[in-house]
Design a protein around this ligand. Sequence first.
Ligand SMILES: C[C@H](O)CC(=O)C(=O)O
Ligand SMILES: [Mn+2]
Length: 341
Amino acid sequence: MNVKRDVVITEVALRDGSHAIAHQYTVDQVLRVAKALGEANVPYIEVSHGDGLGGSSLQYGLSHTHEMELIEAAVSVSGNSKIAVLVIPGIGTIKEIKEAANLGVKMARVATHVTEADVSAQHLAVAKNLGLETVGFLMMSHMAPVDTLVNQASLMESYGADTVYIVDSAGALLPHQVAERVRALRHSLSVNVGFHAHNNLSLAMANTLAAIQEGAQRIDGSIRCLGAGAGNTQTEVLVAVLEHMGIVTGIDLYKMMDTAEDIIAPLLKVPQEITRDNLVLGYAGVYSSFLLHAQRASKRFGVDSRDILIELGKHKVVGGQEDMIVDVAAELAQVQAAARI
Ligand SMILES: C[C@H](O)CC(=O)C(=O)O
Ligand SMILES: [Mn+2]
């Protein structure tokens, strides 16, 4: 169905949601989810390991099924919806972008830490040459002042990004901070501005609306909130809210609600909630995908997972430093044991 969309939504449950289920998606699950999202007329569906192409590893978590099999499955059933992939340079390589493009992927989102846009140049250029739509994805955007964010976004634009995203990886931004960031990018860039929220402080919807009100044209959502930490902006809820605001997404609300209830909910071992650990992710400004790693370290070293997350926040640890979680937990265990003597 061809419809003019005011806001273009990328559904991320099959990528960001992979963090929440420890990267255990099966081909059968992806087939069911991607088919249903296609029937609901979702414009873009992102499929990859939670940490992007090439993420399956001991450091980030081993996938149940190779992501190229999942991508191929999604492409085969998604109808008019386009399949997107995420890639973090250094974790994913040019080779994987080419492989994904050969499988029929239409959009590549190149993600870097908010101060490291320069490492996206090569990956964006390759994706563009392959004819893919390109997105620059500035993770942990709460960690940089607005002028730095603008500089980094401009770099991504100069490398060929068709859209640059402000990514609130920790779910730490407040609505007025999102508004000022989107406003600044809209003022300085000629390309689209996007926003990706996490719901750790229960602000994903408010932040997303603030972004849209400031002119963000691309928005991420995850159906049933299936994303890292407390998940992302809940797609089906966003579709309903935007419909009330007269903003056209082109997505079928009833089909999304049914998919959330009948296909996604049964996948979840526990509902996506703002648990105390998720709340601390937002409160301490920690990368949402660190959640399961910190919980594992908590069990291993007998340290409260909240203490680990708060400490990681103080260290200003960023994506790619997952090994620091174990270091921090081990150190805390030592300090706490010494304090007990
Ligand atoms: C690789 C990360 O999970 C990307 C993302 O969704 C975020 O930073 O948030
Ligand atoms: Mn995310």
